[in-house]
Ligand binder design. Structure first.
Ligand SMILES: *Cc1c(COP(=O)(O)O)cnc(C)c1O
Length: 234
């Protein structure tokens, strides 16, 4: 594909986000399009950056680190959106501008220690398993309030909201049910916190318009922007 294709894909996806906002009376500025560059070479990231995007999602901490090092000085911010093991916390602490898949308090504490040592703070989202699928990461919805309270003690973590991956299904009602769980949970936690906690990362290539209609503030788009990946499970 040529450079114009990525720019065109970004433009088309942005138009669909804006149209979804219009359908429900939301301001387009409330919704970030986060291009997900995992598995794609940095040359594609550079093309997307030229089209006006400066934040990119990556699932694997090593790949995020490698790309961050390769593109040092370009002003790109890397958002870790995939599972992180505690023994890789250092990679995220050093190279991520945001972490959207915090799925255990112990991991949060490990990350916090690394960040404190580096003198950094990191915006994080708590990942929620809204589909109940065994294979998915994330806290069960019922466990989220206690986890958010516990994570509040981590000084270097700036807990800004929630993230989820909906069930991968052609059944729009099933997808909506996942997003609805996240929205309800976020509303309760935001009210309890008395403000803040307003980021909702939900929606991927197959379901982002539904997510935007339901209140997403960040859609994570890989395939729609960069094309198919070598393997579809990551
Ligand atoms: C890969 C990935 C995406 C992007 O998926 P697409 O369906 O290609 O848009 C979004 N979120 C997470 C957490 C991912 O791992």
């Amino acid at each position: 594909m040529e450079g114009v294709t990525i720019a065109a894909n970004l433009h088309a996806a942005r138009s669909r986000i804006d149209a979804a906002c219009a359908r429900v009376g939301r301001a387009p500025s409330e919704v970030e399009l986060l291009p997900v560059s995992k598995t794609h070479p940095v040359s594609r990231v550079v093309e997307a950056q030229a089209a006006g995007y400066a934040r990119f999602g990556e699932s694997r901490p090593q790949e995020l680190r490698d790309k961050a090092v390769e593109l040092t000085g370009t002003g790109i911010d890397w958002v870790l959106i995939g599972h992180l093991q505690s023994n890789k916390a250092k990679l995220a602490a050093e190279h991520a501008a945001e972490f959207q898949a915090l799925d255990s308090v112990a991991l949060g504490e490990a990350l916090d220690r690394r960040l404190v040592a580096l003198g950094r703070r990191l915006p994080v989202l708590v990942e929620v398993n809204t589909s109940g699928e065994e294979a998915k990461h994330g806290f069960a919805p019922a466990d989220v309030p206690a986890a958010v309270r516990a994570l509040g003690a981590c000084d270097a973590l700036d807990v800004r909201g929630l993230m989820t991956i909906a069930v991968n299904s052609p059944d729009a009602a099933a997808v909506r049910a996942c997003f609805e769980r996240l929205v309800d949970l976020q509303a309760r936690l935001r009210d309890a916190a008395g403000g803040g906690f307003d980021t909702l990362s939900m929606g991927m290539s197959g379901d982002f318009e539904i997510a935007v209609e339901m209140g997403s503030t960040c859609v994570r788009l890989g395939t729609t922007i960069f094309g198919a990946r070598p393997s579809s499970d990551r």
